[in-house]
Design a protein around this ligand. Structure first.
Ligand code: CMP
Length: 664
């Protein structure tokens, strides 16, 4: 009988056998056949052989049959043996057609996520080769091609790549490798990240750290005016059917959007106030639904949502706003962004009478002027350095006080007086040091004060300021980098303070004691994990004006000298600052990084990598940027990334972070 069967019929018969009943010859036949199947042709012989032993034959008779739906749990991977299928996603409809030899269903298995699309048969009598999840993971997890590409309408929309370096909690099904987004269209990346949000009935939902990366960098490739509609689009308002499954799917999809929004608000806090589109989106509040009263600032309980959901399409519109209505509260309550910090503005007038003002760090020149003179008066703000080089500041420039060079000062005068301005005497630098006072202070106290202040500046700075700074602030309307500039300026202040104090000390013995004291201060700063000021002090000491004080250095105890030399080695820039990087790798966060190097690294990545790859967002670049800094403040960051909706409100008030340096 066998010899009379055609090859197709023979193969079908073999495939229909239970895998455990296939003989060695059967496996050989299947294996031979797999050589011609596009989806597996690239795999090694041994993998194809293993597949031959586990493939299950599955047929479906009717066009229009739904093989599985978006949001379902993923149990298998499919290869199309005969026929074709449509790939349909919510909100977009038909995005791709897959034909004989192509495969689908790997995404849910690789990411341990729900199905990203619905698969519907395009024709009658379709045949599939199915590999169940466990077999798929066992056989293909490690050998399968490292890249997964998804297409829509013939164009690639998402590229994922296996990364084995990061084996944290989000690992693909049962494995230590995970698939991370390399590139994609902004909308598809968003869709993918939302899919990967895991909802947990205990409220311990996890959000992939990529969501944080996405939110921190979204303005580079997706302005808020695009992000908001895209999120709205991902939020199913209408139920397409009455079945419970669909209602569940919609509910889950909506919860994920709300979670992402919560994350967004937590991450940006008050900075969102400068993003009118986002604020508008988050603040829209339609009239409350009957019986729907949320206590201020509390998220709706899941069952409340369910009730709202079951009311159907129309009311669901209310549900999203109900869920979102507390977000503005959160915006107000995020205290970590000391964005409105007041800074001292010291402005001199031509008559040398100083004006001293406390103004928000991000104040514009226009606002500074109107705080002092009547509107319309012909006054200008000028910055001038100790050499007398002056520059008139534009009315719309902001944060000018933190952007001043160390020997620059602000002056205010009428336009005709600009030429007559002369540098202040104090701009030439101090004539007397404070070595005597410093001598009285304990090095530990000085270091602790430095760290205390640095930590304030450091936490006032928002992560996104680094992104704006590196990618070019002018590209982001309304963006500020004021806190970052202030922090960078601080580095220079400390550095020159050290060098100045040493050089101004006239007495050799006292100078040697001062030098020793600064080495001790550096030591404590390092212990306190304040690498920024540690380096600032060390840079001060390595200033050539200090270095050439041979007699002073000679008087330093050899122990101090040894410590100093060891620290110098940490500053060695060779092999891309290897010594520093090794030292940092051993530190557990939170710590204050050496800011100039962090900015240099970010700039290096920025300049060496394009924002787009084949017209797709180069998301890999975005992630590598945020990876550089996101863990420094970890006390707050890890919580931020994996927050729990219910804890959100309570957390928002303690996000400022524990004063780690006090607790050691
Ligand atoms: P999975 O999420 O397991 O289930 C649906 C499958 O559709 C998905 O894996 C992919 O294999 C396949 N697919 C093909 N194109 C797309 C697309 N553009 N978006 C989502 N899924 C797609």
């Amino acid at each position: 009988l066998l010899s009379q069967m055609g090859p197709d019929a023979l193969l079908t018969m073999i495939l229909r056998k239970h895998p455990s009943q296939r003989s060695a010859e059967d496996l050989e036949v299947i294996y031979e056949e797999l050589l011609h199947v596009k989806a597996v042709a690239h795999l090694s012989t041994s993998v194809r052989k293993e597949l031959a032993a586990v493939l299950v034959f599955e047929t479906h008779g009717k066009a229009g049959t739904v093989l599985f739906s978006q949001g379902d749990k993923g149990n298998s991977w499919y290869i199309i043996w005969k026929g074709s299928v449509n790939v349909i996603t919510h909100g977009k409809g038909l995005v791709a057609k897959l034909r004989e030899g192509e495969d689908f269903g790997q995404l849910a298995l690789l990411n341990d996520a729900p199905r990203a699309a619905t698969i519907i048969l395009r024709e009658d009598n379709c045949h599939f080769l199915r590999v169940d999840k466990q077999d798929y993971i066992r056989i293909l997890k490690d050998v399968e091609a490292n890249t997964v590409r998804l297409e829509e309408h013939g164009h690639t929309v998402l590229v994922l790549e296996k990364s084995t370096t990061d084996s944290t909690d989000q690992g693909g099904a049962g494995g230590s490798s995970k698939y991370t987004v390399m590139s994609g269209t902004p909308e598809k990346i968003l869709e993918h990240l939302l899919e990967k949000v895991k909802l947990d009935t205990n409220g311990n939902d996890t959000i992939d750290s990529c969501v944080g990366d996405f939110l921190l960098t979204h303005k580079i490739f997706m302005a808020s005016s695009q992000l908001c509609p895209a999120l709205q689009h991902q939020y199913p308002l209408m139920f397409t059917g009455s079945e419970l499954e669909k209602a569940d799917y919609s509910l889950a999809a909506r919860q994920k959007v709300v979670k992402l929004l919560g994350q967004w608000v937590l991450l940006y806090g008050r900075l969102l106030k400068d993003d009118p589109v986002a604020l508008d989106f988050l603040e829209v509040r339609p009239p409350p639904l009957p019986g729907q009263t949320h206590p201020m600032g509390q998220w709706p309980e899941q069952d409340q949502e369910r009730v709202m959901g079951e009311r159907g399409g129309g009311d669901a519109v209310g549900a999203i706003y109900g869920e979102l209505s507390c977000l503005p509260l959160l915006i107000m309550s995020r205290v970590s962004v000391v964005f409105f910090t007041l800074v001292l503005y010291e402005i001199s007038r031509p008559d040398n009478i100083p004006i001293t003002l406390m103004l928000p760090v991000n104040t514009s020149v226009q606002e500074v002027l109107s705080a002092v003179v009547k509107p319309g008066a012909d006054y200008v703000l000028v910055k001038m350095n100790s050499m007398g080089d002056r520059a008139q500041l534009k009315l719309d420039s902001s944060a000018v006080s933190v952007g001043l060079g160390l020997n620059e000062r602000l002056f205010m005068c009428t336009s005709s007086q600009v030429e007559r301005l002369r540098p202040l005497k104090e701009q030439q630098g101090p004539e007397q040091g404070t070595a005597d006072a410093l001598e009285q202070m304990c090095s530990k106290d000085v270091a602790s004060q430095l760290t205390h202040y640095d930590w304030e500046l450091f936490t006032a700075m928002h992560e996104v300021e680094l992104i704006y700074y590196v990618f070019g602030r002018s590209k982001f309307p309304g963006a500020t980098t004021a806190n970052l500039q202030r922090f960078v300026r601080r580095f220079n202040e400390v550095q020159y303070w050290v060098a100045t104090e040493v050089c101004l000390c006239q007495d050799l013995m006292k100078r040697a004691a001062l030098l020793k004291k600064f080495v001790k201060i550096a030591s404590v700063l390092k212990e306190q994990r304040n690498l920024n000021s540690f380096f600032a002090v060390m840079f001060g000491l390595s200033n050539s004006a200090v270095q050439r004080l041979y007699k002073t250095w000679e008087r330093i105890p050899s122990k101090t000298k040894r410590i100093y030399c060891a620290y110098e080695r940490l500053m060695d820039p060779s092999r891309n600052h290897r010594a520093y990087r090794l030292a940092v790798a051993k530190l557990s966060p939170p710590y204050i990084p050496f800011m100039p190097l962090l900015l240099k690294d970010m700039t290096f990545i920025h300049e060496g990598n394009k924002n787009y790859k084949d017209k797709l967002v180069n998301f890999e670049k975005m992630v590598s940027q945020t990876k550089l800094f996101v863990h420094h403040k970890c006390g707050s960051c890890t919580k931020l990334i994996n927050f729990n909706v219910k804890a959100l409100v309570s957390f928002a008030s303690d996000i400022k972070c524990i004063s780690i340096f006090c607790s050691g």
